[in-house]
Each structure stands twice: as structure tokens, then as C-alpha cells.
Write a protein that binds this ligand. Structure first.
Ligand SMILES: [Fe+2]
Length: 253
């Protein structure tokens, strides 16, 4: 089984990255997926789909994703807007409380998609019963689970992200620790960099942005974007319950 991960697209961003715009990057990524990974079983978008959550940005996103043949599942990030997302994708699953959370079954795994959106903040949060939802899904599942969320469940070590962190990291860690190996792995975006970690002993992977990368500076408190690091998307190869995680660079031509 193969999964494609698209993260931090930021449709509508005016950020000046020489030679690229978010929509050019998304269209190039879709072309690359169609050329090299059209056999993927699912595509998961890891949030920051748009830059400001405007309806027009979601319309551009929807059109650019249309050529992908596999099911696309989406979560939202701090740059999104939950109600605008729901207007643009009225068929996207939400949980009983209206959060953009869903569970689906594929291969040896249950896929759990979490909503860490915290209106008005760059960081994330799992209040309003969202952590309970995760705990309930993990308890109910008779399969190992892959968990997807925009904000990393770990400290990246890049100080600029501390103000933008997931507020509930300790509580999330406790839920993961309680379920142990049933949490097979976690995948996140937000940091615009390739980073791997463990959380309560479980593997966690942070993915690069489809648009621009952020410098891995462990001293500078200010986040700085790279003008040259290439855009990338993730490919997860699944053999039974074994995972191999790739970050795939692509160019815009
Ligand atoms: Fe983000």
C-alpha cells in the first residue's frame, strides 16, 4: 500500500519565494504524483491547505486536486478556517462535534485524522473533546493506528516554533503512552522541514512543505524560510505493518 502526504500548501500566500507560487507548486506536485505515484491508495493533506482560509483559496485548492485519482483526505492547520473549509468540501467527514476529524480503515491500519485548529492562534489545540475522541478511537480499534495532525506532537527543537506549538502536547503524549504500540506512527506538517522523533516511544514524522521550507536553526528564535530548498511531498510505503517514509523533492517544470 502507498500513501501520498501533501503538507503546508498555503494556497493564496503572497510570500516571495523566487520562481514559485503555492498554486504552481501544488499543480507540479499533482503532476509528479500522477507521473510517479499514481498507484497510491490514498492521499492525505496535512493542513495549512490555504494561507488565509478564504473561500477563493479553497476553490483553487479543490480544482488543483481534481486530477488525483486516489481518495484525498484533509485536515486543517492554523492558516485554515474551519467553516470555510466545510463550505468548500461539504462531503469531507467531520466528527459528532463538528471537528474536521475522521477515521478510515485501509490495509493493516486504522487512519485517525485529528483537527488541531485553534481559531486566532498559530499554535494548535485539542480541546472540546478532541483528545477524548482520539482516545475513544484508539480504544475501539482492533488494528494498529496511524495518526495524522497538522501540529507536531513533539518539540522540533527549533525555538521559533515554541510559540506555535500544540498546547496539549503533554496530554496527547499521555494518550499515546496509554495505548502504546497501537499507535503505530504519527505524521504532522506545520514545521516545513523533514524531522523524525519519538513520542512516548512511538515514531513520529514531520513533513516538508509543498511550497517552501523553514531553516533548521536550533538557536535563532526567529523562523526563517529558505528561498532555495525545493518543495516536497511525502510518500509512505506500507508493507503489512512496516512503514517506509520518504520525502520526495520535485521541481516545477
Ligand atoms: Fe501551520
Amino acid at each position: 500500500m502507498k500513501i501520498v502526504l501533501l503538507s503546508d500548501i498555503h494556497i493564496g500566500s503572497k510570500k516571495n519565494v523566487p520562481g514559485r507560487t503555492p498554486v504552481d507548486c501544488l499543480r507540479a506536485a499533482v503532476r509528479h504524483v500522477l507521473d510517479k505515484n499514481a498507484d497510491a491508495d490514498h492521499c492525505i493533506l496535512l493542513g495549512d491547505l490555504t494561507d488565509t482560509g478564504a473561500d477563493a483559496e479553497y476553490a483553487v485548492l479543490r480544482d488543483a486536486l481534481a486530477p488525483l485519482p486516489m481518495p484525498c483526505h484533509m485536515i486543517i492547520g492554523n492558516h485554515d478556517e474551519r467553516e470555510a473549509f466545510k463550505r468548500a468540501f461539504p462531503d469531507a467527514p467531520v466528527d459528532a462535534d463538528g471537528y474536521v476529524q475522521q477515521v478510515f480503515d485501509a490495509g493493516a491500519f486504522q487512519f485517525l485524522l485529528l483537527d488541531t485548529y485553534w481559531p486566532g492562534h498559530g499554535g494548535g489545540i485539542l480541546d472540546g473533546g478532541r483528545l477524548d475522541w482520539l482516545n475513544d478511537q484508539l480504544t475501539a480499534s482492533d488494528k494498529p493506528c496511524l495518526v495524522f495532525l497538522h501540529h507536531p506532537p513533539f518539540d522540533s527543537g527549533v525555538p521559533g516554533f515554541e510559540a506555535l506549538r500544540l498546547q496539549d502536547r503533554p496530554a496527547l503524549r499521555s494518550v499515546i503512552a496509554e495505548h502504546g504500540a497501537k499507535v503505530a506512527a504519527l505524521f504532522s506538517g506545520h514545521c516545513h522541514m523533514t524531522v523524525s522523533a519519538t513520542v512516548a516511544g512511538r515514531p513520529a514524522f514531520g513533513m516538508r512543505s509543498l511550497f517552501y521550507q523553514i531553516n533548521q536553526d536550533f538557536e535563532d528564535p526567529a523562523l526563517k524560510g529558505s528561498d532555495t530548498a525545493p518543495p516536497a511531498y511525502g510518500v509512505v510505503l506500507i508493507d503489512g505493518t512496516d512503514l517506509t517514509v520518504h520525502s520526495v523533492d520535485f521541481d516545477l517544470t
